[in-house]
Design a protein around this ligand. Structure first.
Ligand SMILES: Cc1ncc(C[n+]2csc(CCOP(=O)(O)OP(=O)(O)O)c2C)c(N)n1
Ligand SMILES: [Mg+2]
Length: 597
């Protein structure tokens, strides 16, 4: 057995698992890890952004684009405390991050050394991260590392992926022991579960007997890389597809079978199809409040009147919100392949959904008539639709859009047509501000040959403006489009609606006369060495974006967008006890025979 330092073993294990990067920030707690990383710099690269939040968002986004994990490295105490939020984003969106945190020396446990948290238990960082990781490991001796590393890597990538934490005391990086390198974990997606033949037969019977079937797909379909199978199955039987945000692009969203997103900020044809369907096949999705109109029947869905086949790798998601008529614990791609094989075996060549698709075409036409004219309006500041449309016109099909949080995201949910899987990144489960602006750096490292555009609110960007420094230091040519509406406008709109039109603490103002305020983002970017343009009228945006992408260097566009144009709701969203608003376009539909109130 070779004699090694703990930090050398960790480094070698990362390399053995094909981990190409460590995104991290130094501290006295983890300097012991930096030296072996220096030695191994030809195999694994350290990228050091200016805030730990950014490091973890970068790792999360890298995984989403490439389905290959990256490690983060943070020091003891505050540095690691900064990754709680981004790990929550990764956990709630099922993304992998191998989070190495440092801790105080074991010999000082419970003596309150510098940066120890110990009121409840010694070196208690694992309990800080406990709710936001799949599992925590705290090897306190070098000879505990092989098992901890192998289990952590395996846990992160198996089943439903998610972040793991390996918390390493200061001395464990430094100390030596005779240790065997553990075998690498099975790479992502190499171990897949499937459905029983009986369940496949039952599922297909239900689907073939349906008059109005709908597929509802979530991140599980993206994660299992089932785009081809999904598209083939949908096309063969003529079944329309509703996508939750992280499932977008699994079917080319310009395909007539793609209905887009559902819920309050969804598209009208999706809500109309969802609430009128007789069988829903949900794959790798979880019916969260925003994609289920807060579970109020008749807005997006009509369970249990509608029959539900629910497929997921995580038993906790089967029946979390709607008890399925048929629940299947299986990997999305395996399930779809099994369905396709069963179709083949039965000799089924097509489905009988012609009338259903004709209804859908009618709803699509109504929706287009309602929304399309606004896409052609030129204005200053820009209308939101125009920003989305111009991004769509400029970005190639494999270009990556990394969305931040807020009103801009609602517009992209409603109108962005992702053409390919893993091209539209969303912080959906936790909605952490800064994910888009930071994640774009990780996405670009994952896909260096494709354009990466972050669409980020002025509020979101101001939380992580130092991403500009990282882009310059490491030459990461990301384009940031700042959706500048001079405030936390998504929250302002909720406030205005709930409290009689009074605004307080939701817009950016300067001075007693409440002049709208924001920094000059373009000047700020130039100060860090990033090229930038300010766009105040819609005629200038498309050319500016083309120019920024072509420049192939870090670029910021400060785009002034009208804060008074709101996305049209087509479903509902309820925050009890506040009464919800009826949709702006479309109506609740309760079927006659539905056993619902
Ligand atoms: C870290 C974090 N803090 C607060 C929130 C709550 N929040 C959600 S959207 C939003 C405003 C976003 O402002 P901006 O980026 O300017 O986007 P806009 O809504 O104006 O388009 C806030 C404060 C959050 N989701 N994440
Ligand atoms: Mg804003």
């Amino acid at each position: 057995m070779p004699r090694m330092k703990g930090a050398e073993l960790i480094t070698d294990y990362l390399i053995a698992n094909d981990i190409p990067y460590v995104f991290g920030i130094c501290g006295h707690g983890n300097v012991g890890m930096l030296d072996p990383l220096y030695e191994a710099r030809d195999h694994i690269k350290l990228v050091s952004p200016r805030h730990e939040q950014v490091a973890a968002h970068m790792a999360d986004a890298y995984f989403r684009v490439r389905h290959q994990p990256v490690a983060t490295l943070t020091s003891c105490g505050p540095g690691s405390a900064n990754i709680v939020m981004p790990l929550a984003c990764a956990l709630t969106d099922s993304s992998a991050v191998f989070a190495i945190t440092a801790n105080v020396p074991t010999s000082q446990f419970n003596r309150s050394p510098f940066q120890e948290i110990n009121r409840h238990f010694q070196a208690d960082f694992v309990n800080v991260l406990r709710p936001v990781v799949k599992h925590s490991y705290q090897p306190t001796r070098v000879d505990m590392l092989p098992l901890a590393l192998r289990q952590a890597m395996t846990t992160m990538l198996s089943g439903r992926p998610g972040p793991v934490n390996i918390d390493v005391p200061f001395n464990v990086f430094q100390e030596e022991d005779d240790v065997e390198m553990p075998p690498p974990a099975p790479p992502f997606n190499t171990q897949r579960s499937g459905a029983s033949p009986d369940d496949i037969a039952r599922a297909l019977d239900m689907i073939l007997n349906a008059q109005r079937p709908v597929l509802f797909i979530g991140h599980g379909v993206t994660l299992s890389e089932a785009s081809r199978e999904l598209t083939e199955f949908a096309k063969k039987l003529g079944i329309p597809v509703i996508s939750s945000p992280n499932g977008m692009g699994c079917i080319d969203m310009t395909d007539p079978l793609s209905l887009g997103f559902i819920g309050r900020n969804g598209a009208f044809p999706a809500n109309e199809a969802g609430r009128r369907s007789d069988v829903v096949i949900a794959i790798g999705g979880r019916f969260d409040d925003r994609s289920a109109s807060s579970w109020m029947p008749g807005y997006s869905w009509n369970f249990p009147h509608t029959k539900l086949i629910h497929v997921d790798v995580d038993p906790a998601e089967l029946g979390r919100n709607y008890p399925p008529d048929l629940g299947i614990l299986a990997d999305a791609r395996t399930f779809l392949r099994q369905l396709l094989a069963e179709l083949e075996r039965r000799g089924v060549k097509s489905g009988g959904t012609k009338e259903w698709l004709a209804d859908i075409a009618k709803w699509r036409a109504e929706w287009e008539t309602f929304v399309r004219p606004n896409f052609d309006i030129h204005a200053s500041p820009m209308r939101p639709e125009r920003v989305v449309a111009d991004c769509q016109a400029v970005l190639p099909a494999d270009g990556i859009i990394c969305c931040d949080v807020g009103v801009s995201h609602n517009w992209y949910m409603q109108f962005w047509n992702a053409r390919k899987p893993q091209t539209m990144l969303n912080s959906w489960g936790f909605s952490g501000m800064g994910f888009g602006a930071s994640g774009a750096l990780g996405a670009k490292l994952a896909a260096p040959d494709r354009p990466v555009v972050a669409v980020t609110g002025d509020g979101c960007f101001t939380m992580v403006p130092h991403v500009l420094c990282t882009a310059v230091e490491y030459d990461i040519p990301v384009v940031w489009v700042i959706w500048n509406n001079f405030g936390w406008v998504s929250i302002r709109d909720i406030q205005l609606g709930m409290f009689g039109g009074r605004e307080y603490g939701t817009m950016f103002h300067q001075g007693a006369n409440k002049k709208p305020f924001n920094p000059d983002f373009a000047a700020w970017a130039r100060a860090t060495g990033v090229e930038a343009l300010t766009v105040t009228k819609s005629e200038d945006f498309r050319g500016a974006l083309e120019h920024a992408i072509k420049a192939n260097k870090p670029f910021l566009l400060d785009v002034h967008v009208d804060a008074e144009v709101r996305p049209p709701s087509t479903g509902a969203w309820e925050l009890p006890p506040t009464p919800y608003k009826e949709p702006v376009f479309g109506q609740r539909f309760i079927p006659d025979a539905a056993p619902v109130k």
